[in-house]
Design a binder for this molecule. Structure first.
Ligand code: ADP
Ligand code: ZN
Ligand code: ZN
Length: 659
């Protein structure tokens, strides 16, 4: 009787042995089974088969094969196994995450009868530019695993390169996987892909897709019926038997790294997959992550450049406005105000970018010093005047605005600082005749609202846009000729060493919204540090100079990509408990006597309290990735064996993006 080794969705880094009543005579690897586990039944995946078990035969329970569910392919199992090993996360939980919810519960979606595809003539397109042609030839001629970094400014025709490479793959009978940051924000891309390949079966995969549709998409991919999978980070786990190309658009985007549960980087997993399938992968960006740029300059990745915009539009002119020398009107400089006013006279659109939503970041009492704090987090409650609430942006706690100071009864509470709502109010006051539209996660909190707002912008019903980075993502606003950035300086001196990289990329992206069609664009950045190298590089459109400067700083400081990091985080009701666990973890690590590993002291997280839990962290670092992972494997085994208080929770974050 065969023993099945089964991965189950439980937080234990091991497989579980079961027997099967009837030996089917064929391998059951990759099959889904239902098994008794404790008092309940669980769905699991058969990962391996064995002749014998460590468990006595009479203790082995029996697994039931789920006959109508297809087997998961071997390379999908390998992908999950790699992920479990690299992120030191239980395999059963990796698989539970990678499977669509319906299959995870052992259910099969109803599959509608496929309707025959209309055979349409392929649409015709303009010839590729010489730079595009070089890139397309390199990708289609790769002949196996190769990582390309496609570096091209906004509008340089990167998407066009992806589409032509995908076209070649489809013509050869292959499947393509295209990962994008947030599909809800880029409906234009979905329609562009479908329009380009009218005969192809294009599957969308993102968190907005309902359970049944998600399971159907998974099966269509697994059975090889889907030609193109277009999706967010989750779709990196789609089984694709004929996979011949992977594209990661906006590869620098932070949303490719999941920040909870399985803390994986979809970009990094995608690169593993390309190697596994021996196929090319294209990472595209106007502002590549410094990790990818470093690999491209050191020769590990092949760099492809699109330095010019595809259609004859010049890059916008970028300038700084020195705000030290003037009194601002609610954060707006005279230069920015007069630039907006010029656009209004010419009937063109302007955009004011401020990456802080709400009316003001805090409400305060000038009489006694009271400020609006969240009682569950180490954070302020943000004032939202649009719906008259105080709201915590970290835990969602909200309340009505108090009429008087809760501490001293003073009736004159004052907002401090500014957010998008306040800017909107000020712009309306300065330009009473202008049509002003605010776009942030409050005004566009559903994909539907977002579509409506976008349609209004495109229909020319808006003169001035105010918004957060939501506006920076892949949209063409042909009539937009001015972008003003307000409050950018805050990120220059932030504690996180990645803050300048994010700021540069945001400003470059949001600036790229301006002057996309026939009208020249301008970008004005308000700053107290007009000589800062980051802004100088933006003025020169010189990502490369910025990247080299940042990489030199990182190398001197020994930060990634010159070191590999893992972060052990712990949280508990009391900070002392979290720190004590981390101190025990340090002891355990020291007993492992690992060379090449640097362990930093346990410290409270920068925002120590979140949702009433106190959080602390411990950084482990090494210049040697295999050494780090060997250490982590042994360390995790030791930590899993520890008895910890019930309310203490901990997790490991590999290649953390936020320290
Ligand atoms: P990116 O993805 O780099 O922002 P896109 O691929 O979206 O750039 O191209 C920007 C614009 O230029 C699009 O409107 C696209 O249709 C157009 N375009 C791209 N390549 C060409 C080309 N070779 N000839 C003419 N127009 C092009
Ligand atoms: Zn008071
Ligand atoms: Zn809170």
């Amino acid at each position: 009787m065969a023993i099945l080794q089964i991965a189950l969705d439980v937080p234990l880094p091991r497989l579980f042995d079961y027997q099967i009543a009837l030996d089917p005579g064929v391998s059951l690897r990759g099959r889904l089974v239902k098994v008794p586990f404790g008092p309940s039944l669980k769905i699991g995946v058969v990962v391996a088969e064995a002749e014998v078990s460590d468990q006595p035969a009479d203790k082995l329970k029996t697994a039931e094969l789920l006959d109508d569910l297809p087997a998961l392919p071997a390379d999908w199992l390998e992908l999950c196994i790699f992920c479990a090993r690299y992120y030191h996360y239980p395999l059963g939980q990796v698989m539970a995450f990678a499977l669509p919810p319906l299959l995870r519960r052992g259910k099969m979606p109803r599959i509608p009868k496929a309707k025959p595809c209309a055979v349409l003539p392929p649409p015709t397109f303009a010839a590729a530019t010489p730079d595009q042609a070089t890139a397309i030839a390199a990708i289609t001629g790769a002949g196996g695993f190769k990582t390309f970094l496609l570096h091209g400014v906004t509008g340089s025709g990167k998407t066009e390169v992806y589409l032509r490479a995908i076209e070649a793959v489809l013509a050869a009978g292959g499947q393509a996987l295209m990962l994008v940051p947030e599909i809800a924000l880029t409906p234009q891309l979905e329609s562009r892909v479908s329009a380009r390949f009218p005969g192809a079966y294009v599957v969308s995969a993102h968190s907005g897709v309902a359970d049944a549709a998600r399971a159907r998409a998974f099966l269509a991919a697994l059975e090889g019926r889907a030609d193109i999978v277009l999706g967010t980070r989750l779709s990196v786990f789609m089984p694709l038997p004929r996979l011949k190309l992977i594209v990661v658009d906006e590869e620098h985007d932070a949303s490719f790294k999941q920040q909870e549960g399985l803390r994986y980087s979809a970009r990094d997993i995608a690169i593993f997959r390309a190697r596994q399938c021996d196929i090319p992968i294209v990472l595209g960006s106007a502002t590549p992550s410094l990790e990818s740029f470093h690999h491209a300059t050191s020769g590990r990745y092949c760099k492809l450049d699109l330095p010019l915009r595809a259609v004859a539009a010049a890059m916008p002119t970028v300038a700084t406005v020195d705000t030290r020398k003037q009194k601002l009107q609610d954060g707006l400089s005279a230069e920015l105000i007069s630039a907006i006013s010029e656009r209004l006279q010419r009937g063109e659109q302007s955009l004011v970018f401020l990456n802080r939503r709400g009316y003001a970041p805090v409400l305060a009492c000038p009489a006694c010093g009271w400020i609006s704090r969240c009682r569950r987090c180490a954070a302020n409650l943000v004032l939202h005047l649009a719906d008259r609430r105080l709201r915590c942006h970290h835990c969602g706690l909200e309340m009505a605005i108090p009429r008087a100071c809760p501490d001293c009864g003073n009736l004159d509470l004052q907002p401090f600082g500014r957010g998008t709502q306040k800017l909107e109010e000020k712009l309306a006051e300065l330009f009473p005749a202008a049509r002003i539209l605010r776009i942030d996660r409050d005004s566009a909190d559903t994909p539907k609202k977002w579509q409506t707002l976008l349609a209004a912008i495109h229909a020319g019903e808006v003169d001035v846009l105010v918004g957060t980075q939501m506006l920076a993502k892949g949209h063409d606003f042909p009539n937009l000729t001015l972008v003003g950035a307000v409050g950018a300086d805050a990120a220059l001196f932030a504690a996180d060493f990645r803050a300048p990289e994010r700021l540069f990329s945001q400003l470059m992206q949001v600036g790229g919204r301006s002057g996309r069609a026939q009208l020249p664009g301008a970008v004005l950045i308000q700053t107290e540090y007009p000589q800062h190298p980051l802004y100088r590089a933006l003025i020169d459109h010189d990502y490369t100079a910025f990247a080299h400067e940042q990489l030199a700083e990182r190398e001197a400081a020994g930060f990634p990509p010159f070191a590999f990091q893992a972060l052990l985080r712990a949280e508990a009701h009391e900070l002392a408990q979290a720190l004590e666990f981390l101190a025990t973890a340090v002891d355990a690590a020291e007993r492992l006597a690992s060379v090449d590993i640097v362990l930093y002291d346990p410290v409270p997280m920068r925002m120590a309290r979140l949702k009433n839990r106190e959080r602390a962290q411990l950084l482990a670092e090494s210049h040697n990735r295999p050494a780090l992972h060997a250490f982590l494997a042994a360390w995790m085994a030791a930590l899993h064996a520890l008895k910890t208080p019930r309310e203490l929770r901990w997790h490991l974050d590999i290649d953390p993006q936020e320290l």
